[in-house]
Design a protein around this ligand. Structure first.
Ligand SMILES: O=C(O)CCC(=O)C(=O)O
Ligand SMILES: [Fe+2]
Length: 333
């Protein structure tokens, strides 16, 4: 694929949805178009203030600047629930090591004991670094805020697909599974090591990314990679596999990647993946004829099967990205 960077992605203002009436109708239309044309867009006027965003970014940076021993104290290798720290090169995409370090967290929950499905082992507590006592409350609050925005966005997606606004509500339930990832991409050392994260689709319904000022995120568009130029204050939103499944391929989970920073010293980002209840089945929406005619079924890639059962789909993604963790706790699979 060729690199191109000239095409700006659409910018949508969530305030339009909240305003209701004609503004809401316009938002739904723009969302429908952005989702179909790119599967990626910027979201502004989303209700989270710049100060909160900056604080979360600052904590992200502080975390990665901790001594390696403090980060290894919360290594994901200690967690059957795929939570915690992964060092540079410790994660694979398309079988290749990603040049990024990261910290993963989900809902704070109690472990399920007794007989259980494999994917129920995803449920459990997070790990928190003792060196940063304020991190837990801050990140869990951020998680709540992004869950709310994502829930609203899913209502808007439902409208764009000409469904009742609450069509996803049952699959979300009171506490949908969400996954947050704090990420640091170190500067590229050599051309051969430019895979910050390799080309992939995200496994949830949708993803919200807050990026800093260093570029690197790219989205597959026609036959090119389109640079997602940083837009201060905005979230980058993209469609995941569950929306592709629900819409029978009318919406596509968009391939994207991050190339390691070439000029900046490093790049930080914060990704939030909105899934559904782990025990839910993704609904198959009854699209109106005009949309249905353009739905060609979800992609069938033998290397990446999509599962309607949410827990199964999430576990597949986690195991592929973190084989060492999977080997340790899910060897039977
Ligand atoms: O760092 C980013 O901007 C995006 C990361 C990403 O695509 C992912 O972790 O799934
Ligand atoms: Fe992604």
């Amino acid at each position: 694929m060729q690199q191109t960077s000239s095409l700006p992605l659409p910018v949508l203002q969530l305030s339009q949805w909240h305003r209701g009436g004609l503004a809401r109708q316009q938002f739904i239309q723009e969302l429908g178009r952005a989702a179909r044309d790119y599967g990626f867009f910027y979201l502004t006027e989303h209700g989270i203030d710049v100060q909160t965003q900056q604080q979360v970014m600052a904590t992200t940076q502080t975390f990665f600047r901790l001594p390696m021993a403090a980060k290894q104290q919360v290594s994901m290798l200690h967690s059957p629930h795929f939570r915690g720290y992964t060092h540079v090169g410790g994660e694979l995409t398309n079988g290749l090591a990603d040049q990024r370090e990261q910290f993963d967290l989900m809902q704070e929950e109690a472990v399920i004991t007794g007989p259980r499905h494999d994917w129920q082992q995803l449920i459990g507590p997070n790990q928190w670094p003792t060196a940063l006592p304020e991190m837990r409350a801050q990140m869990l609050d951020w998680q709540q805020q992004l869950t709310s925005i994502s829930t609203v966005l899913l209502e808007a997606f439902a409208c764009a697909l000409q469904q009742p606004p609450s069509v996803f509500a049952d699959s979300l339930g009171a506490q949908p599974y969400t996954h947050m990832k704090l990420i640091r991409y170190p500067k590229r050392q050599q051309a051969a090591q430019s895979q910050g994260v390799g080309a992939h689709k995200d496994p949830g319904y949708l993803t919200l990314v807050m990026q800093d000022q260093a570029s690197g995120l790219e989205v597959a568009y026609q036959d090119s990679w389109l640079a997602v130029v940083p837009l201060p204050g905005a979230f980058v939103v993209n469609i995941g596999e569950l929306l592709e499944l629900a819409s029978d391929g009318y919406l596509k989970a968009t391939y994207h990647r991050v190339v390691s920073p070439e000029h900046a010293e490093e790049r930080f980002s914060n990704a939030f993946f909105m899934a559904a209840r782990l025990d839910a089945e993704v609904p198959l929406l009854e699209l109106p004829p005009a949309l249905k005619a353009q739905a060609q079924g979800p992609a069938s890639d033998p290397a990446n099967p999509l599962f309607r059962q949410v827990g199964k789909n999430v576990l597949k993604g986690r195991a592929r990205s973190h084989p060492e963790v999977a080997q340790r706790y899910y060897a039977a699979l």
